[in-house]
Design a protein around this ligand. Sequence first.
Ligand SMILES: Cc1ncc(COP(=O)(O)O)c(C=O)c1O
Length: 398
Amino acid sequence: MNKTIFQREDELFFHTYRRLPLELDYGEGVYLYTKDGRRLVDFFGGLAVNALGYCHPKIVRAIEKQIRRYNHVSNYFIQDTQVELAERILCASQGMKKIFFTNSGTEAVEGAIKLARKWGKENNKVDLFCLTNSFHGRTMGALSLTERPKYRDGFDPFLPNTGYITFNCVPDLLSKVTERTLGVILECIQGEGGINIVSQEFARALKELRERYGFLIIVDEIQSGIGRTGKFYSYEYLELEPDIVVIAKAIGGGLPLGALLGNDRVAECFAYGAHGTTFGGNPVACAAGCAVMEEVVDNKLMEQAGAIGLYILTCASELKEKFPTLIKEVRGRGCMIGIDLTIEGQSIVDTLLERGFLVNCTNTTVIRFLPPYIIEKEHCDALFTELNDILRAKAEWH
Ligand SMILES: Cc1ncc(COP(=O)(O)O)c(C=O)c1O
């Protein structure tokens, strides 16, 4: 008998991914269609990549146009789509002066660590801190700044001179940073960690300590950036003024693309040859990126992300009122929202999938919504009707 695609996958691949029991055919707008004819509403957004949904005509056109010109030439060449995208991103990133394109989020974080270290050599600073519950990527540098044991176990030793600061804990921050501190990296809204928002108080303390000690603030906007929260960057809500910013996910319109950006303080730290990549800034990915920027910034899709996000937050808060024994907290901004449960979330996610809605569960108890910014009220209403139904059944058991 022929093997199923799931059996073939199981035999062929390292078992790093627990795949969903679906065979996809194609995507369109906010919908994914399976080979057996089901239509799913996507509140998962390819893990925060598909800001414009599937097959957005502007992205498709941009990719087609560029791929007919050249698909790759290497970074020996100036490439017009790269330069246009750099201009667009820097224009949306107040205070940032320089950019370097990468293939992924974790590669952007590695670049940020290297940039910070170069700067640290001249300024006599060595210690890098992340926050507890953080996630910055899977390569060894990014993993050294990722706190959760789930990701770290078995991969030590990590980079020296790295450590943690307890999330939103100002006394811990005060006790850890010193003259030797090179930088603090943080997600202003933690994604994998369960949609935890950095407090104004913590951000203010961080800025004040930077004044005192002169370290770098590195903000990871890989999941929360490119308009997802209703502003271009989530740090704008905290007026954080970072020295280095890393982005990825949504910027490539579904193609692999990331970047690190730096302000005046670090703008001259990389000399020729100090850093590089073969594929980073691929011209086709950059062409898609220009289409993303046009929609998100010029055509104000990020404002739509903020508005629909507020609606989702309201629906989720209403559910919390209804099911206080099942929902601990509702958190998030724009199209990045989490419902923190008092029970494990996976069975709810599985039931939603059976009923045609794709959401994700992170950090065991948090149901996470990362919809494309084009999601509409009717999709949200349909989702929350199902969620209400599922929670009512659960409440009867509890
Ligand atoms: C905040 C954050 N940083 C870094 C990464 C790593 O990005 P990538 O998977 O593209 O390497 C992710 C991915 O989920 C992320 O959410």
